[in-house]
Ligand binder design. Structure first.
Ligand SMILES: CCCCCCCCCCC/C=C/C(=O)SCCNC(=O)CCNC(=O)[C@H](O)C(C)(C)COP(=O)(O)OP(=O)(O)OC[C@H]1O[C@@H](n2cnc3c(N)ncnc32)[C@H](O)[C@@H]1OP(=O)(O)O
Ligand SMILES: NC(=O)C1=CN([C@@H]2O[C@H](COP(=O)(O)OP(=O)(O)OC[C@H]3O[C@@H](n4cnc5c(N)ncnc54)[C@H](OP(=O)(O)O)[C@@H]3O)[C@@H](O)[C@H]2O)C=CC1
Length: 306
């Protein structure tokens, strides 16, 4: 049976995510079996700090970076999630990941995180600002607290990370590399206006910093994922998920490995001349469709009100 074209927009809360729903994204077993085009020591000698790495794309990126020889530090709010990444990397590579539970919304905690990673590994070469998220809802119904939560996480949190890392790189006279995971916001995103605003902010912040900070040899780039199936899909109702693949002309969902490999590329010497750019990984979504993660109001359907 095909998914309905429209359904009543509704608020979906994490508590609606029951045990009967399928788990989404690449589990540890799938991650272990992923292959890569990169040579084994591509990132040897590098230290990478990846935020939001207890699940999804951040976890895949941390695992791939460790496999390619990088020293890896990770953060996220939930220590149990971070432990799953530490364990996976240890079992598969024998390397120890440094896990520092941190809320990126807290600038002092971010400062302490950057200190800790520098102290532990003697420096940082690349930071990947991947932590983030939102909830699908019609913008007119956003609560003030909900708006602030999304802006604070995705825009302010990313900024605190960038500024603290750059201050340290300037102080010690070492080059730096920043990769910000944003979203595909080119056509706007119905029912994700808060994240659209925050991600557009990060993209243009990054383009600006790529110029300002080039004098300290700090590069700043963004990756814009389209529909990437991860644990984060729990925030979306099944009716919406059934249509997510239609957001792009390839009619498929990407996975966390697609993004992890792009992160590895931008962390490698091959990307030394890439600065201020936005790499979109979306199967062509930018030129294609718009999806309504909380349900398309009838007004927008083919036979809706003129
Ligand atoms: C990226 C584009 C989205 C759709 C565009 C179309 C393309 C679709 C395809 C892409 C789909 C996937 C996109 C992903 O990014 S999935 C991966 C990311 N992971 C997540 O988004 C899950 C995690 N999300 C969150 O953690 C939260 O959204 C949030 C950022 C808000 C976290 O904040 P906080 O920890 O403070 O959370 P709280 O629970 O305390 O909430 C604070 C207030 O926010 C409001 N709120 C929260 N959830 C909802 C909801 N489901 N519906 C409505 N309002 C919500 C609310 O006011 C909260 O306060 P109260 O609890 O006191 O009411
Ligand atoms: N999946 C998709 O289709 C798309 C995803 N994105 C973005 O890509 C990034 C990765 O998403 P994905 O892997 O799918 O989702 P996940 O939900 O699996 O990962 C997001 C991670 O961010 C962490 N996080 C959230 N808030 C904070 C915070 N305040 N401080 C520290 N860590 C935090 C979460 O851990 P914890 O809760 O423990 O803090 C979680 O591990 C996110 O920014 C997401 O919004 C963008 C476009 C599409």
């Amino acid at each position: 049976m095909s998914a309905p074209k429209t359904f009543e927009p509704k608020i979906f809360r994490p508590e609606d995510d029951g045990p009967d729903r399928p788990r989404r994204g690449l589990d540890d077993e799938s991650l272990r079996t992923q292959t890569t085009i990169y040579r084994d020591d591509l990132l040897a000698g590098q230290t990478m700090l990846i935020t939001g790495a207890g699940s999804g794309m951040g976890k895949a990126a941390a695992y791939l970076a460790a496999r390619l020889g990088a020293q890896v530090a990770i953060c996220g709010r939930d220590p149990d999630k971070l432990d799953t990444t530490v364990k996976l990397v240890r079992e598969e590579t024998g390397s120890e990941v440094l896990a520092v539970p941190t809320n990126i919304r807290d600038p002092e905690a971010v400062e302490a995180l950057i200190d800790k990673v520098h102290g532990h590994f003697g420096g940082i070469d690349t930071i990947v600002n991947n932590a983030g998220g939102q909830f699908p809802q019609d913008a007119i119904d956003f609560s003030r607290k909900g708006w602030l939560a999304v802006i604070d996480t995705n825009l302010n949190g990313t900024w605190w990370m960038m500024q603290e890392a750059a201050k340290r790189w300037r102080e010690i006279g070492k080059p730096g590399n920043i990769i910000n995971i944003v979203a595909n916001v080119e056509r706007g995103m119905p029912q994700a206006a808060h994240t659209c605003a925050a991600r557009a902010g990060v993209i243009y912040l990054s383009k600006t910093l790529a110029t300002e900070w080039s004098r300290w040899n700090i590069r700043v780039n963004c990756i814009g994922p389209g529909v990437i199936e991860t644990e984060g899909f729990r925030m979306y109702p099944e009716e919406a998920l059934a249509r997510f693949h239609k957001a792009n002309p390839m009619k498929m969902r990407g996975n966390a490995w697609d993004v992890a490999e792009a992160i590895a590329y931008l962390s490698s010497p091959a990307a030394r001349f890439i600065n201020g750019d936005l790499l979109i990984i979306d199967g062509g979504q930018a030129q294609w469709g718009v999806i309504w993660p909380a349900g398309m109001p009838d007004y927008f359907s083919e036979d809706g009100a003129a």
